[in-house]
Structures are given as C-alpha cells and as structure tokens.
Design a protein around this ligand. Structure first.
Ligand code: PBG
Length: 330
C-alpha cells in the first residue's frame, strides 16, 4: 500500500531562496519608477513636508541634484510639482502661463543638471488658483470645463517649451487630451508625450500632497464634480478609452493601491502603457505604520510596489522611488 501524499506540493517551490528567486513571476526594477519632486521658491533650501515624512520641497538650485541622484539609481523620469507662492495664486491662475514660473525654471534646472532623465509636468491649475481647484470656476464655484481646457492647453505648451518631455493632465476635464495633442502638434512639439491621468478618483488620499503644494488650506469644497466617484469601475474604462482616442500616449490610474482592480482592467482591456500613482496618503500610511512599529518599512515598501507589478502596471509614480531603487540594488 502506498502512503498517501499530495500529488503536487507547491511548498517545494518556496523551500529556499534560490528556487523562490527562480520562480518569481514579477520583479521590481528601478526603471519601474517615476519620482515626484516638489519645488519651492528660494535659494539653497530643503523644506521638509510635515505630512510626508522623508519628503521635502527643494529650491530650483537644488532640484537638479535630486534628479541626477534618481537617474544614477536607474530611475528614468521625475514628475515636478510647484508650491507657488500665495501672492501668485489668483482666480484666473495666470501664473500657470508664465514661461518663467517655478515649474518652468525647475524643468530647465533638471535638464541642465541631468539631460538624460525624462521630465514630466502636471497639467492642472490647482497650484495657481486662489481657490485650490484644478480649473477656472464660475460664480457658483462650478469648475468650467471648456474654459479650463483652453487654459490647460496653453499651460501644457508653456511646459513643453520649457523642456518637459511628458505633459500629464491631472484635471479630469472632458476633451483636454485632444486639445493638448493638437496644440503640441501645431507648435512642432511632436515628441512631447501625453500621460493622461485618465481615471483619477475624488480620493481622500490626496491630503498630504495638497499640504505639499499648498493648495489644501485654500480648497473650497471638494473635487467631486470632475474627479471620479470611487464607486465606479466601468466609467474608468470609458475615461481611458476617450483619452486613448484623443491621443494619450500613456494613461494613469490614481490613486494606486485602492484602485488596482482598475489598473488590471485597463491593462486587460486596452493593453496601453498604464501607470499608477501611489499617492501621498498611501505613502504616509506606510511611513506612519512603520514609525509606529507596526511593520518593517523596507518590506512594506517592496510588497506594496510589487502589488502594482502584479496588477500589470507599466510604471509607478511613487515617493518611495529612491528608497525602493536602493533596496533593489541591495
Ligand atoms: C492635482 C494633483 C493632485 C495630485 C497630483 N496632481 C491632487 C488633487 O487632485 O487634489 C495628488 C498626488 C498625491 O496625493 O500624491 N492636480
């Protein structure tokens, strides 16, 4: 009589590091990451951001070195976000169109210090509006779609002119990808790519970011008339389909971890380069848990980022990019 045994023991594949390495289905690589960087006015400064432990705003003269450090670790792209001085935030967000504004100077500084790295700029008006919304508002506070889209188109051109390689509309206005694509083509900026924040949700996880760019305290109301309802999944696919049809080279889902079902569905449905933004609140959750002794920080970072790969993301915008790249390099 033969002893009974499981026909297949999946634990065999987990028995030692060499076989776990050999059977790993997904791997993290520094080229998976896009590093967001915050910029502030001033000289020679690093301003720590209270709600994002370990993340700072840097002055333009120091931003190039940050980008260079990322590049040397194998990170292919940085995403720049300005903390515009309060005096320059207006109802009409005119500063967004100033070719010498903080973001444009930062783009040039990064390109000067590290011409090889990709530079992504956010196209939205929230760092420039007095009310903190991503667009222009009417008397009732409603964000105007087409008027905003016109502004975003001009903003994208200003950023492209400064040297941005990817413009990333993060505003959720209808029709803006087509308008931006046409304007870029018209201006001869054929190789400036568009990464559309295609499925961006009205999320409670953006709080620390709004602190970082100084728009949170100003925000009147919420962004639910333009950002998506967290209850919706099919609508995300319609948003992505529209942005692809309008000329987006890459699409993004945001936030990240709570929306990996959307990432997976987008990859399955469209097969286009699909990025996810592990947003500020997700970063803060990990940092606070680790600081409280609830888990090992490095392991939390890698496990979380691996989840994005499993879901099928092409790349991840993450404030952990530098740490993760270092961990991968060992
Ligand atoms: C604004 C913008 C936001 C983020 C990126 N671009 C915040 C918002 O929509 O209010 C959030 C990123 C993060 O939380 O890390 N256009």
């Amino acid at each position: 009589m033969t002893a009974s045994f499981p026909a297949l023991r999946l634990r065999r594949g987990r028995a030692a590091p060499w076989i776990r390495a050999m059977l790993a289905e997904h791997r993290l690589h520094p080229s998976d990451f896009i590093l967001p960087l915050f910029i502030c006015e001033g000289q020679g400064c690093e301003e720590p951001i209270g709600m994002l432990p370990g993340v700072s705003r840097w002055t333009v003269d120091r931003i190039g070195a940050r980008a260079k450090a990322a590049w040397e670790l194998g990170i292919p792209c940085v995403a720049l976000f300005p903390n515009t001085p309060g005096s320059l935030r207006t109802e009409g967000a005119e500063e967004a169109l100033n070719p010498d504004n903080l973001i444009c100077r930062a783009v040039k500084a990064v390109k000067d210090a590290c011409p090889e790295i990709g530079v992504l700029t956010d196209v939205a008006l929230d760092p420039y509006t007095a009310h903190g919304h991503d667009g222009l508002v009417d008397a009732s506070g409603y964000v105007l779609n087409d008027e905003t889209s016109d502004m975003l188109t001009r903003q994208a051109l200003v950023q492209a002119e400064a040297g941005a390689d990817i413009v990333a509309p993060s505003d959720m206005m209808d029709g803006r990808v087509a308008a931006i694509r046409a304007a870029l083509e018209g201006a001869g900026k054929r190789n400036v790519a568009i990464m559309a924040y295609a499925a961006k949700y009205a999320s409670a996880f953006y709080g620390p970011f709004r602190d970082a760019v100084g728009s949170g305290g100003r925000l009147k109301g919420d962004k639910r008339t333009y950002q998506m309802d967290p209850a919706n999944a099919s609508e995300a696919l319609r948003e992505v389909a529209l942005d692809i049809a309008e000329g987006a080279d890459m699409v993004m889902v945001k936030p990240g971890l709570p929306y990996l079902d959307i990432v997976a569905a987008v990859r399955r449905e469209f097969g286009v380069p699909t990025f996810a933004y592990q947003v500020s609140g997700e970063y803060a959750m990990i940092e606070h848990m680790a600081a409280a002794g609830g888990g090992e920080r490095d392991a939390l970072i890698l496990e979380t980022l691996l989840a994005f790969k499993r879901a099928g993301t092409t790349g991840i915008l993450t404030y952990h990019a530098i740490d993760a790249a270092r961990l991968i390099h060992g």
